[in-house]
Design a protein around this ligand. Structure first.
Ligand code: NAD
Length: 243
């Protein structure tokens, strides 16, 4: 069977819904022991066949507790992230700090918590959720988000380069617009949600939104031994947004 994760331990942040949940399910279905974590444990209750753990990735203590619970992990999928809406004139310093803390510094914390165990195991795979809204593309009203996701890609390349000889790979995924609960919230925040959904779809040349499962497939590949020669890169799965 391709992309087997049998015998591996995988930790997923923000696994309660959307892309994180789909990744936790894909890793579970591929045979991994999965620790599915989220700040909201109620979202993890109906996730079968995985171990669940409440973790707020903006808290060092919470991330350390997740690492203690999980033990050494072969795979770390950093999925937690937040979409701030606004441009450089409307964003506040507080929003900038919150966005960077949740979208980037969270990965600084989790990677530092799990990397030593991966090195002891002789290797591992870190998958960081970026976005096409980053250094790859400017998207309207995504100032904090795009800047923080560009930082995710920089962090990914640095970790990949610094630990390449330890067997640890570190890659990022840059999705386009993907159907998820928070996307619904963003669409419903518009005065005309029906038109807003059409506009989101219209910016995808493929003519539709992506699914969380389509992003999870990429995360499964990157976690697998089949991706052994792939590190420090960004896989774009964006419905053609950046063509
Ligand atoms: P979502 O936004 O619907 O869900 C996010 C999850 O994160 C929720 O379960 C929430 O409880 C959890 N969470 C929030 N704060 C947390 C914290 N401090 N610690 C731990 N968990 C926390 O999910 P989504 O839209 O699938 O997005 C997942 C990731 O994919 C994000 O990093 C997002 O930026 C990225 N992404 C999403 C899209 C998209 O269109 N949906 C596109 C590109 C990138």
């Amino acid at each position: 069977m391709p992309f087997s994760l049998t015998g591996k331990t995988a930790v997923v942040t923000a696994a309660g819904q959307g892309i994180g949940r789909a990744i936790a399910e894909a890793y579970r279905d591929a045979g991994a022991r999965v620790i599915a974590s989220d700040i909201d444990p109620s979202k993890l209750q109906d996730l079968a066949g995985v171990e669940v753990f409440e973790c707020d990735v903006t808290s060092q203590r919470s991330v350390s507790a997740l690492a203690d619970f999980s033990g050494k992990a072969d795979i770390l999928a950093n999925v937690a992230g937040f979409v701030h809406h606004g441009d450089i004139m409307t964003a506040t310093e507080e929003e900038w700090d919150f966005g960077f803390n949740l979208n980037v510094k969270s990965m600084f914390r989790t990677i530092r918590a799990f990397l030593p165990g991966m090195i002891e195991l002789g290797g591992g795979s870190i998958i960081n959720m970026a976005s096409v809204a980053s250094n790859l593309a400017g998207v309207p009203n995504r100032l904090v988000y795009g800047a923080s996701k560009a930082a995710v890609i920089g962090l990914t390349k640095q970790v990949a380069r610094d630990f390449i000889s330890s067997g640890v790979r570190c890659n990022a995924i840059a999705p386009g617009t993907v159907q998820s609960p928070s996307l619904n919230d963003r669409i419903n925040a518009f005065d005309d949600p029906v038109q807003a959904r059409k506009d989101f779809i219209a910016r995808q040349p493929l003519g539709r939104l992506g699914t969380a499962e389509e992003i999870a497939s990429v995360a499964l590949y990157l976690a697998s031994d089949e991706a052994a020669y792939t590190t420090g890169t960004v896989i774009v799965a964006d419905g053609g947004l950046t063509i």
